[in-house]
Design a protein around this ligand. Structure first.
Ligand code: 5AD
Length: 430
């Protein structure tokens, strides 16, 4: 199974290759000096990640062709707004403006976040899904994530792997284990974009991680994202030099007082880390937690506005889920609707961005979480590649979904869900 379809290079514009996918043209940054018109490539996150022989590409495209158009048609049908309308006139006026491509004002976003009428709420989701279809067609990125260490030296109030959780078994994968997990993900399962994530584990300093990134990138055509401790601009430069091209780093909340309460640290450092990453050319995956104690609807709107300013490649906003071994154990988890509304508002606010349907939303509602997020504007997935024996210990929140599922099972389930919705597991580049 592959998670991207091959594209054909049909031209160049500056440092970007123009790539054709079944007649549709996309751009992808090119770092291959010998790439030429007529070559077939895989692109991920807007980067050319490798070239593939023509024969192989044509075989894959032949296999995909029919399915590709079939899925597209299904998605088109499911995202249609024909004959639908919200309950209230005000909702209609605001969402019509969004559909015309107008930028909604803060108070309009807040009005939508606070909707209570079911008909209005459903129409908001459908509008977001319509806009997703219009700008992204049915493409869905499927990335993998490897959580390679749950050691952590910090004490975020919400997080189950916080330093003070003495009840948790700690693990640290060896560099070889990480390398072979990546190898299997790429060679056996066809992943083309992988996130390496850990707690703030001092063992994996910039030097060790850079060496690992270099070794992985030397061996595999892969878009590699890093999600570890804050390492500052110099650390990030090392990661880039070694071959990482993305970072996953949430700002968690853009409310400085709330951030400080939760992390016992000022927000500035986190923000400057994200801004440095952007400046250095990394693709940035970022977002926040939804439903934190004391977080207001205004805070959530501010988080959406703030996230967009960071120009992320992908938004990752998930629900806060209380963990019994943290100071926030007695807090409430949010409703599915507030998570879906946030997803829909991100889509309205940034039609071009990718939005991931998080594992946390699936955990919040194992039955409907993933599909509902996809039907409210989301268009990306991240599957958990952490080896089975470690997965259950990466317990940022309890009872994480997919904890006991093999990667094969997760892939089958993801493909099943995507097919049902008419989505294609591809990344067609920017
Ligand atoms: N509930 C939901 N998400 C959490 N994270 C950490 N703890 C929790 C929790 N209790 C998220 C944070 C972090 C990511 C790795 O996990 O947003 O950035």
């Amino acid at each position: 199974m592959c998670y991207a379809i091959p594209g054909k290079v049909v031209g160049f514009k500056d440092k970007k290759a123009v790539v054709d996918y079944f007649g549709e043209k996309k751009f992808a940054w090119n770092e291959f000096e010998d790439l030429k018109i007529g070559d077939y490539i895989y692109a991920q996150g807007g980067f050319v990640i490798n070239k593939i022989p023509e024969k192989e590409a044509l075989e894959i495209l032949e296999f995909w062709k029919e399915t590709f158009f079939e899925l597209r048609e299904r998605d088109f049908r499911l995202s249609s707004l024909d004959n639908l309308s919200p309950s209230s006139k005000k909702t209609r006026i605001i969402l019509d403006r969004a559909l015309e491509g107008k930028k909604l004002k803060e108070d309009e976003l807040l009005y939508l976040l606070n909707l209570e009428d079911r008909g209005d709420i459903e129409y908001l989701y459908k509008t977001a899904n319509f806009i997703r279809q219009k700008y992204h067609k049915n493409a869905c990125c499927v990335h993998g994530i490897i959580e390679f260490s749950n050691y952590c030296t910090v004490n975020c109030l919400y997080c189950g792997i916080r330093k003070s959780n003495r009840a948790l078994n700690r693990y640290r994968m060896t560099e070889d284990e990480i390398f072979f997990t990546v190898k299997e993900a790429v060679e056996k399962h066809g992943f083309k974009a992988i996130v390496l994530q850990s707690g703030e584990d001092p063992y994996f300093n910039v030097e060790k991680l850079s060496a690992l990134i270099y070794k992985i990138r030397k061996n595999f055509p892969l878009l590699l994202f890093i999600s570890t401790s804050e390492v500052g601009e110099n650390g990030l430069k090392e990661f880039y030099r070694a071959g990482a091209r993305g970072v996953l780093i949430r700002f968690e909340t853009s409310n400085p007082e709330l951030y400080e309460k939760l992390h016992n640290e000022k927000i500035d450092e986190r923000i400057s880390e994200i801004e440095s990453a952007r400046k250095l050319g990394f693709l940035v995956l970022t977002g926040g937690l939804i439903g934190l104690p004391q977080q207001t609807p205004e805070d959530i709107i501010n988080d959406i506005l703030f996230a967009k300013k960071l120009k992320p490649e992908m938004y990752t906003f998930g629900p806060f889920l209380p963990h019994p071994q943290t100071p926030l154990r007695d807090e409430k988890k949010p409703d599915l609707d507030i998570v879906l509304k946030t997803t829909a508002l991100i889509r309205l606010h940034d039609p071009y961005g990718k939005i991931v349907s998080t594992t946390a939303v699936e955990t919040l509602d194992p039955e409907k979480g993933r599909i509902s997020a996809f039907m409210a504007g989301a268009n990306s997935l991240m599957l958990n590649l952490t080896p089975m024996k470690y997965k259950k210990f990466y317990q940022i929140y309890p009872e994480r979904i997919h904890e006991n599922e093999t990667i094969e099972f997760q892939i089958q389930k993801a493909l099943f869900d995507l097919k049902k919705l008419g989505r294609a597991p591809t990344d067609l580049g920017i």
